[in-house]
Design a protein. Structure first.
Length: 189
């Protein structure tokens, strides 16, 4: 399941350089330390390093026929958050159910408007014990040259029970905690 996540030929990773004809590469490829590799291989390297990852996406993120598997694969690859222009309704809920934080760009912001180069690190401010449904959060972008910028985001955890699922690391840890009488804690990073 993990190897197949993000391996669809329709995926366009805008971080990859265009080929000699100016076409954007398609399929499940990305950059890791400046080298093109599969999403799976890059994810395994990030997991080995203990680096949480996030995905930047466009409109209707998660549209497709295998949404529940897509959310499971996303979590297994170490993705902690997805930032998109919009979400397919069921996939958004599935991400929360797997403990992945769905975030939405605000106003005219998009992955393109951020001008990402692939050498950035990110932080998301406002996630804490008092997280609320549909809360405003802040994306902090730190570029390799030291330049820092902030952009507003909308937390797409839409209900109070989804907040509990997310804080527990997903639906399964939440249910197990309920069965064992454990309080819903924050098991997410």
């Amino acid at each position: 399941m993990m190897r197949g996540t993000f391996a669809n030929v329709r995926i366009r990773n805008l971080m990859l350089p265009a080929d000699a004809e100016g076409r954007q590469p398609q399929g499940g490829y990305t950059l890791f330390d400046g080298q093109q590799t599969t999403v799976f291989a890059a994810a395994m390297r990030h997991l080995e390093r203990g680096t949480p990852t996030l995905i930047f996406a466009g409109e209707e993120y998660g549209t497709g026929s295998s949404r529940d598997w897509a959310a499971k694969g996303t979590r297994l690859l170490g993705v902690r958050a997805v930032i998109a222009r919009s979400y397919e309704r069921i996939h958004r809920a599935n991400l929360v159910g797997m403990g992945v934080l769905p975030l939405q760009f605000v106003a005219d912001d998009s992955v393109t408007s951020l001008g990402l180069r692939g050498d950035e690190t990110f932080d998301i401010l406002g996630i804490g014990p008092s997280l609320l449904p549909m809360q405003a959060l802040t994306l902090v972008i730190e570029r390799a040259n030291g330049e820092r910028s902030e952009r507003p985001l909308l937390c797409r955890i839409d209900t109070a029970i989804e907040v509990s699922y997310y804080r527990s690391g997903g639906i399964l840890p939440y249910v197990l905690g309920e069965l064992l009488g454990a309080p819903a804690g924050n098991t997410t990073d």
